[in-house]
Design a protein around this ligand. Structure first.
Ligand code: GDP
Ligand code: MG
Length: 380
């Protein structure tokens, strides 16, 4: 075996538990990663979905990071650069794998198979990995390809696959307010995402009200109030333990009275008790509809990308509870598993509105397929 082959085998061995002792991973293991119980390609009826293990309440920092001059400066750095930086853990892993696979190599069956495995290991999912490699084979089969060419071609294929689901959140100007219910498990980034969205839409001149519907924890209410102050948006809140549906009702009435453009409603995410959570979310929706039969106009599911494949089960569960209309993927900066977004797109076809690539107020922007795909592959 050549040195190069050994390196490759070791790398694949590390991913697939092969027989060559693996060197320590470059990325330190995430302490709070939940188990990955279900591969995404199982049909829904095989999913052990309802009671999948989910992280217990993750530590929360009630203080959102301040909007510092550095944050303002970083905002100017351009979205593409930020996405690339945020996705660097994912892209360095993928990119390294591609370099090892395609140095002086033809795109033959064996190479395609290894590439497919690499994409699966990067959480792109079996279906998307197969589709992408097949398309690549169509244009370049049996040709000698360089790692850069493969990265570029993959970025194009992925951008094409993601194009139809890249749909920014667009508040309907005829609705006063356009109501967005934000759901997801604890710690996924709901409250932070609401703060970032509030800033984004305020900057566009929209009037935005926030509703602190996670009444379960006092810290959650405080956290949203701080985001409200920082972004200049009123926050409708009640004491800890108050009825979330009652609060949502008040918030909608208040936002209607003010003729606001947008109402963002935070919710609790205690998936440990799925029945209670479902009842609570459904009650919120029922009560909102008393005021506005079409509300909520969007149900945004916030997913933490660091949970990798577990995100699939979360989509299943929340789709069962509410009519999820779109996704936001957060913490893409803290994981090497950014490929999960591609797998989710392939499997559910739900619009992805935005991605979170940091804790700062400007670390959330409309999702753009091409920028994301290039960031994922580390292509300039
Ligand atoms: N690195 C990073 N951290 C994030 C991102 N979004 C949220 N967080 C952090 O994740 C933690 C949980 O977020 P939070 O909004 O409280 O989650 P919630 O329980 O769903 O409301 C907080 O410490 C956030 O600052 C992101 O895009 N990147
Ligand atoms: Mg929260």
């Amino acid at each position: 075996m050549t040195g190069e082959q050994i390196t490759k085998k070791r790398w694949l061995g590390r991913l697939f538990g092969g027989d060559i002792p693996a060197p320590p991973p470059e990325v330190p293991p995430q302490p709070d990663l939940p188990p990955t119980p279900v591969p995404p390609e199982l049909p829904p009826h095989v999913q052990p979905s309802p009671d999948i293990p989910v992280p217990a309440d993750q530590p929360h920092s009630p203080e959102p990071p301040p909007i510092t001059p550095q944050a303002e400066a970083a905002a100017k750095a351009g979205w593409l650069a930020r996405v690339r930086h945020g996705l660097s853990r994912t892209s360095s892993r993928l990119s390294q794998g591609i370099t090892e696979l395609f140095t002086k190599r033809k795109l033959d069956d064996a190479a395609l198979e290894e590439l497919e495995e690499l994409l699966i290991a990067a959480d792109l999912g079996v279906a998307a990995a197969a589709r992408i490699t097949q398309r690549l084979a169509k244009s370049r089969f049996d040709q000698e390809v360089s790692p850069d060419e493969v990265r570029g071609a993959l970025a194009e294929e992925i951008a094409e696959l993601l194009g139809p689901i890249a749909r920014p959140l667009r508040p309907d100007p005829d609705r006063k307010p356009h109501v967005v219910l934000v759901v997801g498990v604890n710690g996924s980034g709901k409250t932070t995402t609401i703060g970032k969205l509030a800033k984004y839409f305020r900057d566009q001149g929209l009037s935005v009200t926030l509703a602190a519907g996670d009444t379960f924890r006092a810290a959650a209410v405080e956290q949203l109030k701080i985001w409200g102050e920082r972004t200049g948006c009123p926050v409708i809140a009640r004491d800890q333990g108050a009825d979330a549906a009652g609060l949502a009702f008040d918030a909608l009435r208040e936002a209607q009275r003010r003729q606001d453009d947008l109402l963002l409603i935070d919710t609790a995410g205690r998936l440990q008790n799925k029945a209670d959570l479902m009842a609570e979310l459904q009650k919120i929706i029922r009560v909102l509809r008393k005021h506005d039969p079409q509300a909520p106009h969007d149900v945004l599911l916030v997913l933490d990308a660091t949970v990798g494949q577990n995100a699939h089960s979360q989509v299943e569960i929340f789709k069962e509870m509410t009519q999820v209309s779109g996704l936001v993927l957060t913490k893409l900066d803290g994981t090497a598993r950014g490929g999960v977004l591609v797998a989710l797109a392939e499997r559910f076809g739900l619009p992805v509105h935005a991605i979170g690539v940091g804790e700062g107020v400007d670390d959330l922007r409309p999702f753009e397929a091409k920028a994301f795909a290039r960031g994922l592959l580390g292509v300039e």
